[in-house]
Design a protein around this ligand. Structure first.
Ligand code: SF4
Length: 388
């Protein structure tokens, strides 16, 4: 029996149903340990090892439309993109690569399917990575020519396996695209690189089927140390693609799997970046950018938090600093949450208490909060990674 506002109530008995045959379910760790992978460099961006998880997109213009392609790159960079991929599917595209490399604000990955001549042209033009499956290039001489050129330039190769384009013999062996089939295909291409002594390899095993891609990446993660590029391929429109990508990529990242991500949407490249960054933020992995946490507000709110949050978000656009800001509207949860962030505000009646790394810095008037937080962000020194 227990009492509530409706008087004395009886406890409801919940029967315990035990099934001795049910498999034992083990809760995964709340915060998974990041899988350790070998580190490669895509231009100035490290991928794998202890590097922050990078966000990629792909331009959607004709590559030979240099101005249009550069515009999409700039928009993606503005949204926080780290690496951009560009298709090199014909001679005009190959010819455009040198100028695109020169004008791009981001490291470029050349996306090539079979043509080793385009791969060599892109490498010569100065791209930072090539996405190509060595087993699709043709003769061993051609393969060695491409791997040799990439090695000479010190650039990595991404092996991109897709459930929709598996090799016929692998499909025949497995019956249909399975996680093992994707793994086998990836290993076939990776073995070619390893045999040549080329080890700067990143792998992706994408599918439109979210469960399949999760299983395939888990298989790779369990058996290799290659850095992994995560993605749900042809995810769809902005709404559906965002959800599918958040589920697929997010599940893996939450398990500590994944080194770089690309959200595929039938939308502008910068939209893909925004969704990718949001997936990282939701898991506390967006370590290259400012992260703002704000309370949803309620009747206890004592300052205009909407205005403060929106203005800070706007004025911090494009600031690349791994800093976490917490803005809390009252003293109920404020001090605790604000002191857990790098910079925090716990508001009171028309005032805000400014926190830096858990310590109270000073008391501010409401109208001083925005400028004070901006100043803190500019002076914030991120933790330095130890020298390698
Ligand atoms: S921090 Fe205060 S104002 Fe914000 S939601 Fe919580 S109780 Fe409400």
């Amino acid at each position: 029996m227990y009492e509530n506002e409706h008087g004395t109530q009886s406890m409801i008995e919940i029967p315990v149903i035990q099934n001795p045959n049910a498999p034992v379910w083990q809760a995964p760790q709340v915060k998974a340990i990041r899988r350790r992978t070998r580190k490669v460099w895509v231009g100035s961006i490290p991928v794998g090892g202890d590097a922050p998880i990078s966000v990629q997109t792909m331009t959607k213009t004709k590559t030979s439309d240099i101005d249009g392609t550069v515009r999409q790159i700039d928009e993606a960079a503005e949204a926080g993109c780290d690496i951009v991929r560009i298709t090199v599917n014909d001679k005009e595209a190959a010819d455009a690569m040198a100028e695109l490399v020169r004008r791009s604000s981001l490291p470029i990955v050349a996306d090539i399917h079979f043509n080793h001549v385009f791969a060599l042209a892109a490498i010569k033009a100065g791209v930072a990575k090539v996405r190509i499956n060595p087993g699709n290039i043709g003769s061993i001489d051609r393969i060695h020519e491409v791997l040799g050129a990439a090695k000479d330039r010190g650039i990595p190769i991404r092996i991109g396996v897709n459930s929709g384009s598996l090799e016929e013999d692998i499909l025949e062996k497995h019956g249909y695209p399975t996680s093992e089939a994707l793994f086998e295909s990836a290993m076939r291409h990776a073995q070619i690189c390893e045999d040549f002594g080329f080890r700067d390899v990143i792998i992706s095993v994408k599918s439109t089927d979210v469960r399949l891609m999760i299983e395939a990446y888990r298989t790779l993660a369990a058996r290799t140390d290659y850095p992994l590029h995560l993605g749900v391929t042809e995810a769809g429109t902005t709404k559906v693609g965002t959800i599918k990508s958040a589920v697929g990529i997010g599940t893996l990242l939450a398990e500590g799997i994944g080194d770089t991500i690309r959200v595929s949407l039938t939308d502008e490249p910068y939209k893909e970046v925004e969704v990718g960054k949001e997936i990282l933020r939701s898991l506390g992995l967006a370590s290259r950018n400012v992260e703002i946490i704000a309370c949803p507000t309620c009747g206890r709110l004592e300052v205009d938090l909407f205005k403060i949050t929106n203005e800070l978000e706007e004025r911090l656009q494009g600031v690349k600093k791994p800093v976490k800001i917490a803005l809390l509207g009252c003293v109920v949860n404020g001090p605790g949450e604000a002191s857990e962030a790098d910079i925090g505000i716990a508001a009171g009646k028309g005032v805000g208490i400014l926190y830096r790394k858990g310590q109270v810095v000073r008391r501010l008037k409401e109208e001083e909060i925005i400028d004070a937080v901006l100043e803190e962000v500019m002076n914030f020194v991120p933790e330095q990674r130890p020298a390698e």
